[in-house]
Design a protein around this ligand. Structure first.
Ligand code: UDP
Ligand code: MG
Length: 151
């Protein structure tokens, strides 16, 4: 069974718009395993590290202000192809290009308020997980339904 992990984070607009339960439920129902979860008001420093690769973009400061404007819900989800599955479930960066049925396709309109983050590669997932969580905040547990999710 795969132990691939991805970092999923509900953004301040997702929290304000009461989408937390729905987004968690989508990942839970998909069959991925929740191994870490916390609500967190991030500092600008932490957000600058998280979005380090975008620091030269014109929207960078607006992005940091948006992401620090309220609490975030940070999660680690684990399972087969977790990273790509998470990205498929999110949709495209711009909600306008996101199909109905995806989180961004269903719940938002503007690229600057796209409700949820998901890691874009296995490497960045591992970096993001350890940027946002301490090792002892990750739970090791076995899903008793694993035999119904994996052949
Ligand atoms: N973003 C933005 N304007 C843009 C591109 C991105 O405001 O033109 C924001 C948006 O919130 C996006 C985040 O910056 O989710 C990170 O951008 P990235 O390209 O990594 O997109 P993602 O991986 O979130 O789909
Ligand atoms: Mg990204």
């Amino acid at each position: 069974m795969s132990s691939e992990r991805t970092f999923i984070m509900i953004k301040p607009d997702g929290v304000q718009r009461t989408l937390v339960g729905d987004i968690i439920q989508r990942f839970e129902k998909k069959g991925l395993k929740l191994t870490a979860l916390k609500m967190f008001q991030a500092s600008m420093d932490l957000l600058r590290q998280h979005y380090n690769d975008l620091s030269s973009k014109s929207f960078f400061e607006d992005l940091i202000n948006y992401m620090s404007s309220g609490p975030l819900v940070c999660m680690v989800w684990e399972g087969l192809n977790a990273v790509k599955t998470g990205r498929q479930m999110l949709g495209e960066t711009d909600p306008f290009n996101s199909l109905p049925g995806t989180i961004r396709g269903d719940y938002c309109l503007h690229i600057g308020r796209n409700v949820c983050h998901g890691s874009d590669s296995i490497d960045s997932a591992e970096k993001e997980i350890y940027l946002w969580f301490k090792k002892d905040e990750l739970c090791l547990w076995s899903k008793t339904t694993a035999q119904w999710l994996y052949e």
